[in-house]
Design a protein around this ligand. Structure first.
Ligand code: NAD
Length: 497
């Protein structure tokens, strides 16, 4: 085993290593080796970070938005200089391919680019003469100390969904990345420090439930952004709001992709494969269920299986040809395999089966091969649970109506897509589908930084979504000023007129 990488805290501009607390391992999933140990910090550490963020807040709030944006612009340029290194860091701690890791970093950087527009995004509204001689306007001000809690599956992008915009709006921030993937956030914070971010504006803490609870109950923290699984998202929303905080909590998903009989065979098969098996299925926008409508099962399914069976699974950190990497932990790999077994026992037919995938060059890696389950029925286990692995259900349906009805029975509502050549079917789908992000001939309809990441139902708890203008609204509060000016002495009871 090679030397463990440090997992330091970054509080008030100081880096420090923690000792004397329990830790949890960070793996390189490709080879199944422990590469670091994340300290599971408690309330004391969170309080220390909150104090540092609160101390930095008044000066940062008074820093003109354009100056705040200039630091972010510098940060963005510096992160571009470290782009490959960051992508490698994502691959090492997550297991996704380098190409996918580059996408992870790129999407994060787009959020910084968007946050650089803070001077325009923060502009208020005004109306002259709301009544005779009276004007009214709004300004947006930061909330204060805000916090972000992030999942393992996008080590670069998801934290960057949050803190660049939060600090661009004048808040100071505490980030608690997933204890499974803390390393990329540490590297980005080191670069942010070099870019000139003042001490205490961005703070980095580590931990699990205890750290999260300390964030949710700390009286100084005004708002919490969360991304993770649905049960935790619900808990975060309920606990955070009960403690007077503004909360946006994005949860899990089960996304449906409808394949119409008229769909382009090659493009829909490729789109589905990328959506279901990209990042080994560990994406909240992954399609977990394909609904083959009418004849689509006979045309698209063989093409799909052909592509899937050629996917090269391997150690993404050392095999540039690997097209799909490992999942995050051994425990998760076992869980995914177990769900496949249960679905097969319930009558699903594996067309490809990833349960016994062996990678010779990395025998201890956490591998599950891409699995396509055909003839899946709505009450089977892989339809009900978020598998979050490389497993695609195929459900066969007669028509668009019944497919939409099936999709709309899901408790989630993150994304949904349709592959078709028919504008009418696409329009019908967009109108009726109960999901916040819709793709038409796009397998992963994840919106870019300037649009909200807008899950519905149990895929999101809160009002204002992450990304886009909604994130500006989330990280600010409005002040409305109504103004009247008098000529000197006019209308005064002391006027001698
Ligand atoms: P997770 O819910 O296990 O963990 C997310 C965060 O919550 C981590 O920082 C973790 O430390 C913390 N946490 C975990 N258990 C906790 C508990 N009991 N109490 C308090 N905090 C706790 O999620 P994950 O496994 O890291 O990530 C995968 C999940 O995230 C999937 O469900 C996926 O769909 C979801 N996700 C959603 C989106 C979205 O935009 N909707 C995006 C990415 C990932």
């Amino acid at each position: 085993m090679s030397k463990l990488l440090p997992v330091p805290l970054f509080i008030g501009g100081e880096w420090s290593n923690v000792s004397g607390v329990a830790t949890t391992p960070v793996h390189n999933p490709s080879i199944g080796e422990v590469i670091a140990e994340t300290p599971l910090c408690g309330a004391d550490t969170i309080d220390q970070a909150v104090r540092a963020a609160a101390e930095a807040f008044p000066k940062w709030m008074e820093t003109p938005p354009v100056e705040r944006a200039r630091i972010l612009m510098k940060l963005k340029v510096m992160l571009e200089d470290h782009f490959e290194e960051l992508a490698q860091s994502v691959t090492r701690e997550h297991g996704k391919t380098l190409a996918e890791a580059r996408g992870d970093v790129r999407r994060g950087l787009e959020n910084i680019e968007f946050a650089c527009g803070a001077p325009s995004l923060l502009m208020g509204e005004s109306l002259e003469n709301v009544a005779r001689g009276i004007d009214c306007d709004t300004i947006r001000q930061p909330l204060g100390v805000v916090a972000g809690i992030t999942p393992f599956n996008f080590p670069a992008m998801v934290p960057l969904w949050m803190w660049p915009m939060a600090i661009a709006c004048g808040n100071t921030f505490i980030l608690k990345p997933s204890e499974k993937v803390p390393l990329t956030s540490i590297r980005i914070a080191q670069i942010a420090e070099k870019a000139g971010l003042p001490p205490g504006v961005l703070n980095l803490v580590h931990g699990g439930r205890e750290a999260v609870d300390a964030i949710l109950t700390h009286p100084t923290i005004k708002a919490v952004s969360f991304v993770g699984s649905t049960p935790i998202a619900k808990y975060i929303y309920e606990t955070g709001t009960a403690h007077g905080k503004r909360v946006q909590a994005a949860g899990g998903a089960k996304n449906f992709v409808l394949i119409m009989p008229d769909a382009d065979v090659t493009n829909s098969a490729t789109g589905l494969v990328e959506s279901a098996f990209g990042c080994a299925g560990e994406r909240c926008m992954a399609s977990s269920t394909a609904v083959a409508i009418g004849d689509a099962a006979h045309t698209v399914l063989p093409a799909l299986v052909d592509v899937v069976s050629k996917i090269r699974v391997g150690p993404t950190d050392r095999d540039p040809q690997a097209q799909m990497g490992a999942v995050i932990t051994r425990k998760h790999a076992d869980r995914v395999c177990n769900l496949i077994t249960q679905a097969a026992d319930q009558g699903a037919k594996p067309l490809t089966d990833g349960r016994h995938t062996k990678v010779e060059s990395a025998p201890k890696g956490f591998y599950v091969g891409p699995t396509v389950l055909d003839h899946v029925l709505p009450d089977m286990i892989t339809m009900k649970e978020e598998v979050f692995g490389p497993v695609l259900n195929v459900v066969r349906m007669e028509d668009l109506d019944s497919a939409i009805e099936l999709a709309n029975r899901s408790i989630y509502g993150n994304g949904a897509a349709i592959f078709t050549r028919s504008g009418k079917a696409a329009r019908e789908f967009r109108h009726r589908i109960q999901a916040g992000m819709v793709g038409v001939n796009i397998g992963v309809p994840a919106p870019m930084a300037f649009f909200p990441f807008s899950g519905w139902h149990q895929s999101f708890f809160g009002d204002l979504h992450i990304q886009g203008r909604e994130s500006v609204a989330f990280y600010t509060q409005q002040k409305v000023t109504t103004t009247r000016w008098f000529s000197y002495g006019e209308g005064s009871i002391w006027s001698d007129k």
